[in-house]
Design a protein around this ligand. Structure first.
Ligand code: DC
Length: 235
């Protein structure tokens, strides 16, 4: 895989689905005044592109890789940190959260050429300034030289409950049992894949979020940032 190109301060937050990496990372980035990148959204955007173009991921891997290399993915956020993601200029923020994308994203993100293309884009973004990245392989592959690496954990039940409340409770598009089954299936695929599987870096700080509120998780991570002198103020 690509060599480490990170030269600025960086923080990696890895962990399984729905553990809160993105929410926590975004709040922490606001507190520190750093950039934030949700790498899961990038894999989701490519999966959406694959579905829109009706490419068969099993039979036509090379087309999937080409799409990953050529698609324009832009992640932006407004002043309050609300994220928008654009695929070739079109806002796909809501579309990438669909159940169809959830179902297929692990199959797209296990393709080596797709990962190389995404890691390259992520490492380029890491050059732009102080950054927090959330994903599965940030501490191990994308930014192995990150100043701080966190690996968040939580029981599947608590993660599924959070995901259901956040995304499906209002629409009823999925039942709690379906959300739990999908999370377990995705965790298994992400952890057992050959290339860059989900696993903590050897120097990652493990944080079990099962019995913590969102604020408590953020505070805990912020405390580590202060100890490592990455936070300039006591906000
Ligand atoms: O964090 P998320 O649930 O939005 O991620 C969606 C999928 O993308 C996840 O099932 C695995 C994949 N992913 C990955 O392989 N590597 C990353 N750095 C981030 C996400």
């Amino acid at each position: 895989m690509q060599k480490e190109t990170t030269v600025t301060d960086s923080i990696a937050i890895d962990g399984p689905g729905a553990v809160g990496k993105t929410t926590v990372g975004r709040i922490l980035a606001l507190r520190l005044g750093w950039l934030f990148l949700d790498t899961g959204a990038m894999y989701r955007a490519i999966t959406l592109a694959v579905q829109q173009k009706r490419i068969d991921t099993e039979r036509n891997e090379s087309s999937v890789v080409l799409l990953a290399e050529e698609s324009g993915i832009q992640l932006t956020q407004n002043g309050s940190g609300a994220p928008r993601i654009f695929l070739d200029g079109l806002d796909v923020t809501d579309a990438i959260k669909s159940a169809e994308v959830e179902r297929q994203v692990s199959f797209v993100s296990r393709i080596g050429g797709v990962r190389s293309a995404m890691v390259k884009k992520q490492q380029e973004m890491a050059m732009r300034g102080k950054i927090i990245m959330a994903g599965r392989d940030i501490g191990t592959v994308v930014m192995p030289g990150a100043k701080l690496k966190f690996f968040l954990t939580g029981t599947s039940e608590i993660r599924a409950d959070r995901r259901f409340k956040e995304m499906y409770a209002a629409s009823g598009a999925q039942t709690p049992a379906e959300v739990l089954a999908d999370l377990i299936r995705r965790d298994k695929l992400d952890s057992e894949r050959e290339i860059s599987p989900l696993k903590p870096a050897h120097d990652a700080i493990l944080v079990d979020t099962t019995n913590l509120t969102l604020d408590q998780v953020v505070d805990k991570l912020f405390q580590y940032c202060r100890e490592r002198k990455l936070a300039s103020s006591g906000k």
